[in-house]
Design a binder for this molecule. Structure first.
Ligand code: PLP
Length: 360
């Protein structure tokens, strides 16, 4: 069997060890003669899987009892709508910081539910920089402040959290969750689609302060209310069982790697390696302002964009896959999530040097 180096932005690479483990028990989970996809989500076997996954995630991230952890469907995109529905009192607004495609979509979606307040918009820099805090228009009465910690498409990441006073932070962490230690207590809600840095598509994880979701969304249809799912241990309806199971295996894999501290050190090294290669060359460039450079998604352009196609074709020939940049940005993008090894990044850097030598 041969595996390539996969730089996909999402659904993205998963640890080989985890895939092998899932494969070994795919047709016969723990001697049951059934796969995890063929058993009830209310069975004892699945209950163990679900409970362990939540406990492992709580341990990895240091999530206290003040928070509910939900394992839902619908993707991060659905949360763009559910968040204002659940967290805003009638007539109440929320603050939105727009730093790229995803936070912009979150803002626009919220506008179909509430009248969101646009705190600042990085459009003037083509989303390669974040407007200085001194220019932000914060609303002290906002239900929450929404931000996207890591813009997966533009490669703009916050390495420090802004000070929003008493307004609680709601954060789209789809492409950066579990990449390093964070202080969960600084957030009201953290949410993430699983298919970037957690597990397969189909699962969305929501970590929400209990006091906020308890009182929110009382007039919503029950299935759209976070508290309904919190009361039902995320099983108000059938959860994405396979994705939940596989994500649980990923949590155990991260624990074996040394937890989020070790992940953070590794991810810092990996991103440094690639940024050094880009910055050390006149042929490659990354447009993002230094303090906001992402550890996870690194876009880069070639000095000769007419060679983009050739770059991608030659990269694929040596097993470096999915490096094409998002259609809205162009150029290249290397997504180097937890499951992408240092060896993969080294192979990319070596290839880039070789390509430059032959084509600059
Ligand atoms: C991928 C992504 C989304 C959208 O996720 P879906 O699961 O497709 O809804 C939202 N926000 C960020 C930061 C993402 O990377």
């Amino acid at each position: 069997m041969s595996r390539v180096f996969n730089f996909s932005a999402g659904p993205a690479a998963l640890p080989l060890e985890v895939l092998e483990e899932a494969k070994a028990s795919l047709t016969d989970l723990g001697g049951s003669g059934m796969s995890v996809m063929e058993i009830s989500h209310r069975s004892k076997a699945f209950d163990t899987i679900a409970t362990e996954a939540e406990a492992d995630l709580r341990e990895l991230m240091g999530i206290s009892d003040e928070y509910s952890v939900l394992f839902l469907q619908g993707g991060a995109t659905q949360q763009f709508a559910l968040l204002p529905m659940n967290l805003c009192a009638p007539g109440q607004s929320a603050d939105y910081l727009v730093t790229g495609s995803w936070s912009k979509k979150a803002y626009k979606t919220a506008a179909s539910v509430i009248e969101p307040n646009l705190v600042a918009d990085g459009a003037a820099s083509s989303y390669t920089d974040v407007p200085p805090m001194s220019e932000w228009q914060l609303n002290p009465d906002a239900a929450y402040f929404h931000m996207c910690q890591n813009e997966t498409i533009g490669g703009v990441e916050f390495h420090e959290l802004p000070d929003t006073g008493n307004v609680p932070i709601v954060c789209d962490m789809s492409s950066t969750i579990l990449s390093r230690p964070i202080d969960v207590n600084r957030f009201a809600v953290i949410y993430a689609g699983a298919q970037k840095n957690i597990g397969p598509a189909g699962l969305t994880i929501i970590i929400a302060r209990k006091d906020l979701i308890e009182k929110g969304g009382e007039n919503l249809p029950p299935i759209l209310r976070y508290q309904t799912q919190a009361d039902a241990d995320s099983m108000s309806n059938t959860p994405p069982t396979f994705a939940w199971y596989l994500s649980g295996l990923v949590f155990k894999w991260i624990k074996r790697q040394g937890g989020l501290q070790a992940m953070g050190e590794l991810n810092k090294r990996k991103s440094n390696l690639l940024y050094s290669a880009i910055d050390g060359s006149d042929f490659y460039a990354n447009p993002v302002a230094l303090p906001y450079r992402s550890w996870m998604n690194i876009p880069f352009t070639l000095a000769k964009p007419e060679l983009d196609g050739q770059f991608l074709a030659e990269a694929e020939k040596v097993g470096l896959m999915n490096l094409k940049g998002h259609r809205s940005v162009g150029g290249m993008r290397a997504s180097i999530y937890n499951a992408v090894s240092e060896e993969a990044v080294q192979a990319l850097v070596d290839f880039m040097a070789e390509f430059e030598k032959n084509n600059a």
